[in-house]
Design a binder for this molecule. Structure first.
Ligand SMILES: CC(C)(COP(=O)(O)OP(=O)(O)OC[C@H]1O[C@@H](n2cnc3c(N)ncnc32)[C@H](O)[C@@H]1OP(=O)(O)O)[C@@H](O)C(=O)NCCC(=O)NCCS
Length: 232
């Protein structure tokens, strides 16, 4: 399966010699490269006018990260990160609300209400289980693909890796995320479902919450090429 995927990607990039994408994941306690944060900043923060310091989140160390690397054409033997994402465990005493960054004036991301009380349904009419049954709950954040590398399946691979790594580490769990509205079709294509009304996250834009029960880790013949702590 890995060989098939690598071959497929080589075909897609055959006009760009040396560009061979590979998927990696690491964490908690990941040793993340400057290239990872460069990509995150370029995709998610710079377009909104945030300073480079906003590329790092205070709890990055507690999250599992996944990303796709490709060789740069110039300079040779250097690599770049073209797609990123992370997933973290929502603490048992939290229903997901957090500040977006460390800054004093950081945007505020609201709670996931089904983690606080029972009686909610999603847009497909599925009733949420009780808050207790939704735990462990995990949250996807900072998903993105560089603009000139979009629609090649990269974010889908990153997301599948994060979901799988979460199940491996935390067991059967419930995924939550706050999607920028233009990203909803992407998450829907990966079987995530919207719930609740749209809301504004100040400085970022309109969002909608989404969820997905997570219970199946990817098999050993999957697309995961995991990098453990300390490996180059
Ligand atoms: C949303 C985003 C991460 C998708 O990344 P991507 O690598 O292009 O996504 P993929 O190629 O894996 O897409 C998989 C599927 O999702 C759907 N999809 C992805 N982008 C879409 C779009 N703009 N419109 C409609 N469907 C889309 C498609 O079904 C696609 O499959 P297809 O290309 O075979 O039709 C990317 O557009 C992005 O980085 N946007 C800017 C940052 C951002 O908003 N991040 C999300 C924050 S919540």
């Amino acid at each position: 399966m890995i060989l098939l995927w690598v071959r497929m990607m080589c075909d897609r990039y055959s006009h760009q010699p040396m560009a061979q994408p590979s998927v990696h994941s690491s964490g908690p306690g990941a040793n993340l490269s400057a290239a990872y944060f460069e990509a995150r900043y370029q995709i998610l923060r710079e377009p909104l006018g945030f300073p480079p310091s906003a590329a790092k989140l205070p709890d990055d160390d507690a999250a599992i990260h996944a990303w796709i690397e490709m060789d740069r054409v110039e300079p040779e033997e250097d690599m770049m990160v073209v797609a990123v994402g992370r997933i973290h465990l929502i603490p048992a005493d939290s229903t997901g609300a957090c500040a977006d960054t460390d800054d004093e004036n950081a945007a505020h991301c609201p709670d996931f209400l089904p983690l606080g009380s029972h009686g909610f349904s999603d847009v497909s009419g599925n009733d949420f289980p009780t808050p207790e049954a939704l735990r462990p709950a995990v949250q996807i954040r900072q998903m993105g693909t560089l603009e000139n590398h979009q629609r090649k399946g990269f974010a889908a691979i990153v997301l599948a890796n994060l979901e799988s790594e979460a199940v491996t580490l935390w067991g059967k769990c419930t995924g939550f995320l706050q999607a920028r509205v233009h990203a909803i079709p992407f998450y829907e294509s990966q079987n995530w479902t919207c719930f609740g009304e749209e809301y504004m996250v100040e400085g970022i834009g309109l969002h909608r919450s989404m969820w997905k029960p997570l219970n199946v880790p990817l098999g050993p013949d999957s697309l995961v090429q995991s990098r453990t702590e300390g490996e180059e």
